[in-house]
Design a protein around this ligand. Structure first.
Ligand code: 5GP
Length: 112
């Protein structure tokens, strides 16, 4: 069971900001921006590379949840970033797909 499955099951506490039938959004425990929320599918999927055509609707749902979170957090107008780290070179540390929703300050580009 991944860490995020335990959060979904309420076995580990988290600051949940949004929830749907297929996804949950909660604040990152080590925020790197004033707003840093993780959007996570309830069905475990390791990362984008392991997604299949049957995941198409779920992936779209996650993007819409991320946008909803951005609006609710008041960063949709100022701008925000949606990041998915896939695998070790990208820095993925939790093997359960998640979208980082980052905002509340100007974000540098390109990432280091
Ligand atoms: P990744 O590096 O896999 O893209 O992102 C994993 C994220 O999960 C990191 O930003 C990390 O701070 C966050 N994280 C790790 N453990 C916990 C936890 O127990 N609770 C919450 N809310 N976030 C966590």
């Amino acid at each position: 069971m991944t860490l995020f499955e335990k959060i979904i099951a309420r076995q580990i506490p988290a600051q949940i900001v949004h929830e749907t039938d297929r996804a949950i959004a909660f604040r990152d425990i080590h925020p790197v921006a004033p707003v840093h929320v993780l959007v996570v599918p309830k069905r475990p999927l390791r990362n984008t590379a392991e997604a299949s055509p049957e995941d198409e609707a779920l992936l779209g749902h996650l993007m819409l949840v991320a946008a909803e979170v951005a609006r609710a957090e008041g960063i949709a107008g100022s701008g925000f970033r949606i990041v998915v780290n896939n695998g070790s070179h990208a820095g993925q540390t939790v093997d359960h797909l998640h979208l980082h929703v980052l905002g509340g300050r100007a974000l540098g580009w390109p990432p280091g």
